[in-house]
Design a protein around this ligand. Structure first.
Ligand SMILES: NC(=O)c1ccc[n+]([C@@H]2O[C@H](COP(=O)([O-])OP(=O)(O)OC[C@H]3O[C@@H](n4cnc5c(N)ncnc54)[C@H](OP(=O)(O)O)[C@@H]3O)[C@@H](O)[C@H]2O)c1
Ligand SMILES: [Zn+2]
Length: 387
C-alpha cells in the first residue's frame, strides 16, 4: 500500500479533477510476493489506476488470477469516462483487494467494495487510510459540496502580522518574511492546487506573479515561468478579487497572463477596462456583489464551474478575514518567521484576534520547520465522511 500511495502522490498536478489513485498488483510466488503490475491514474490518459496496473501485467503476459490488488481508493463501481474498475478486477480473477479508504462520494461509497465481496473477492479496508485521504482532500470536498476545498496559506511574523506598515515599505515589492526553504514549500503548495487566489490589496502592495515555480529552487529567477514548474496538466489558475477593476495593466500578473489569469469584478466595474484586460489575455468575470464587495460564495461557485477543486488563498488581511469569518476556509498553512513586525504592522486577518487563537480551532495539527521558519498545518473542516 505504501508503494501504491507513492505512485498516487507522484500524480500531483496530473489527476485533477479526478482523485489521485495508485494501484499495485501482487502475486505470491515460492520466493515471496512479486509485483506484477502497478500504476496510477493520470486524467489525460483516462485509465484508472487499477486498469493501468492490469494492463501492465497483461503486457508482461502475467496472469492476474489469484493476485492481490492494493488500491489507495475504493475501486469504482459506476460508468464514468471509463468502465467500472470493480468489474475489471473481478474479470481479472483477483482474489483479494486491499483498499486504503472508501470512496468519499456518498452516492457510490461502499458500492465498489460490495461488488467485489459479492464476487467472492476478499476485501480489507482501511490500510494506511489517513495517508490515502490526505492525498484527496480536495476531491472529497468537491464531490460532496461542489465547491473548491479552500486552503489558507500565510507567512507571518512571530507576533502574528502579515507585513510591515505600508509607510515603512517600498511600493510594488514583496516583503519576504520567510526564508528560501519555506518559499519553496509554498511553490509546492501552488503546484498541488488548481487555483491560487489573492485580492487587489495584495496586487497593489506586492505586485506578485503567483505562478507555479515548483521546479526551481528559490530564489526564483525573475523571468516569467516557462518550463520552470513540475509537470501539471492544467496551468495554475491565478485568481484576483478586484471589485472595481483597479488592477494595473503594468502589473506582473497582467503582463504574464496566458489565459491563466482570472479577475473577478463587481457589476459597476469599467467595461472598457475589462475589454482591455481581455485583449491582454486576462479573463474578466463579473460576480454578484455583497455589501459593495464580491460575494465569496459566488466566487467559489464561479471557480467550481471551471473545475477548480483545490483553491490556495494567498491573501492580505481583508480577504483572510472575510474568508475566515464566513467559515469558508477548510485548511490552514501558517508559516511563522522569527522576525517581529510590531503593533503598527498589517494584521493576519481582519476581525480575527490573532493567528495563535485561530490555531486553537484547528484539527489534526502538524508542526514542521523550514530552516528557521515554523509551519503549522491543520484542518478547519475534515472533508472526509465519518465512515
Ligand atoms: N504575509 C503574507 O503571507 C501576505 C500574503 C498576501 C498579502 N500580504 C500583505 O497584505 C497586505 C494587503 O492586504 P489587503 O487586505 O489590502 O489585501 P487583500 O486581502 O489581498 O485584498 C483586499 C481587497 O480585496 C478586495 N475584495 C473583493 N471582494 C472582497 C471581499 N468579499 N472581502 C474583502 N475584500 C474583498 C477589496 O478591494 P476592492 O473593494 O477594491 O475590490 C479589498 O480591499 C499587503 O501589505 C501584503 O504585503 C501578506
Ligand atoms: Zn475506477
Amino acid at each position: 500500500m505504501q508503494r501504491a500511495l507513492k505512485l498516487a502522490a507522484e500524480t500531483t498536478g496530473l489527476a485533477s479533477p479526478n482523485p489521485q489513485v495508485g494501484c499495485v498488483l501482487v502475486r505470491a510466488t515460492p520466493q515471496g510476493d512479486e509485483i506484477i503490475g502497478e500504476g496510477a491514474h493520470l486524467y489525460a490518459n483516462f485509465d484508472h489506476a487499477e486498469i493501468v496496473a492490469l494492463k501492465q501485467a497483461a503486457a508482461r503476459d502475467i496472469s492476474t488470477s489469484g493476485a492481490t490488488a492494493y488500491v489507495t481508493l475504493e475501486p469504482c463501481s459506476h460508468h464514468g469516462r471509463t468502465g467500472p474498475c470493480a468489474d475489471a478486477l473481478i474479470a481479472a480473477g483477483i482474489a483479494r483487494c486491499v483498499v486504503a479508504t472508501q470512496d468519499p462520494n456518498p452516492k457510490v461509497s461502499g458500492q465498489g467494495i460490495q461488488k467485489l465481496r459479492e464476487a467472492n473477492i476478499e476485501v480489507t479496508l482501511g490500510v494506511l487510510q489517513q495517508q490515502a485521504r490526505d492525498l484527496n482532500d480536495a476531491f472529497a470536498h468537491f464531490i460532496q459540496h461542489r465547491t473548491p476545498f479552500v486552503t489558507l496559506k500565510t507567512a507571518l511574523s512571530v507576533d502574528g502580522k502579515l507585513a510591515p506598515p505600508p509607510a515603512s515599505r517600498y511600493p510594488n515589492q514583496p516583503h519576504w518574511l520567510t526564508g528560501p526553504a519555506a518559499r519553496h514549500e509554498v511553490q509546492l503548495l501552488r503546484h498541488a492546487s488548481d487555483a491560487v487566489l489573492t485580492g487587489i490589496g495584495t496586487v497593489l502592495a506586492d505586485d506578485p506573479q503567483l505562478t507555479d515555480r515548483s521546479g526551481v529552487q528559490d530564489p526564483a529567477p525573475s523571468g516569467f515561468p516557462g518550463p520552470n514548474h513540475l509537470p501539471r496538466r492544467r496551468p495554475l489558475l491565478r485568481v484576483i478579487l478586484d471589485t472595481h477593476l483597479r488592477i494595473p495593466l503594468t502589473s506582473q500578473l497582467v503582463r504574464s497572463a496566458a489565459n491563466d489569469v482570472l479577475v473577478l469584478c463587481g457589476s459597476l466595474a469599467s467595461r472598457s477596462k475589462a475589454a482591455t484586460l481581455g485583449s491582454l489575455g486576462v479573463e474578466v468575470d463579473q460576480i454578484p456583489d455583497h455589501a459593495g464587495r464580491l460575494s465569496l460564495p459566488a466566487v467559489l461557485t464561479a471557480l467550481a464551474e471551471r473545475d477548480i477543486l483545490s483553491l490556495l488563498l494567498e491573501c492580505g488581511s481583508h480577504l483572510n478575514g472575510a474568508f475566515l469569518r464566513q467559515n469558508l476556509v477548510d485548511k490552514a498553512v501558517l508559516i511563522y518567521a522569527e522576525t517581529e513586525l510590531g503593533d503598527q504592522a498589517i494584521p493576519f486577518a481582519q476581525g480575527v484576534a490573532s493567528p495563535y487563537l485561530f490555531e486553537q480551532s484547528l484539527h489534526r495539527i502538524h508542526r514542521t520547520t523550514y530552516g528557521p521558519d515554523v509551519c503549522i498545518t491543520g484542518h478547519v473542516h475534515d472533508p472526509w465522511p465519518n465512515h
